[in-house]
Ligand binder design. Structure first.
Ligand SMILES: Cc1cc2nc3c(=O)[nH]c(=O)nc-3n(C[C@H](O)[C@H](O)[C@H](O)COP(=O)(O)OP(=O)(O)OC[C@H]3O[C@@H](n4cnc5c(N)ncnc54)[C@H](O)[C@@H]3O)c2cc1C
Length: 149
């Protein structure tokens, strides 16, 4: 899992560009299938909020800070309060769409299992921009609605 200290490091020698993901933040939740598609520009707080709007029983294991972005958090592993029981965020991602440096959009099947494994916890995604992720939100929340720990 990456450390916060490694974020945002750029040098004059290494060319880089910044992509604004603010409009890439839709979240669609299927409570029957207990899955969700989330775009990489959303925050984990937005994900928690949308799940809670749809279900008082479902939850998703990710970090504790609601302002953290999905793109970096999910590709870095994602550790939070539900992790001991349900694993990391990366363990609960079942598909992903990304665009590679050649402009090809790939999903789990077309990127291959090794690549899919690498984008879930292997730090930077480098030549790939994560577009959206397919989550299994089938975790039964251990907390009752309104309960504080
Ligand atoms: C206040 C705070 C609390 C935190 N709490 C937790 C916690 O409880 N648990 C935990 O596990 N971590 C935690 N973290 C760490 C956090 O998960 C990482 O900082 C994470 O990388 C944040 O992702 P971001 O998209 O917001 O950041 P960014 O800085 O935007 O991205 C981080 C990295 O991911 C890459 N990236 C971002 N979006 C994409 C994309 N769409 N496609 C490809 N690459 C992308 C960036 O290029 C960069 O290398 C916390 C961080 C902060 C600041």
């Amino acid at each position: 899992m990456k450390s916060i200290a490694a974020m945002g490091v750029a040098t004059k020698e290494t060319p880089f560009f910044i992509i604004d993901l603010r409009n890439l933040r839709s979240i669609s939740i299927d409570t029957k299938k207990k899955t969700a598609w989330i775009q990489a520009g959303a925050t984990i707080g937005e994900l928690y909020y949308r799940i809670a709007e749809k279900s008082k029983k479902l939850a998703f294991p990710a970090g504790v800070c609601p302002t953290v972005g999905v793109g970096g958090h999910f590709s870095g592993g994602g550790y939070g309060m539900l992790a001991r029981k349900f694993g990391t965020t990366a363990d609960n991602i079942i598909d992903a769409k990304l665009i590679d440096a050649n402009g090809q959009i790939k999903d789990r099947e077309s990127m291959g299992e090794d690549h899919f494994w690498a984008i879930r916890g292997a730090d930077k995604v480098d030549d790939n921009l994560l577009l959206r992720l397919f989550l299994k939100s089938n975790v039964q929340s251990p907390f009752k609605p309104g309960q504080s720990r």
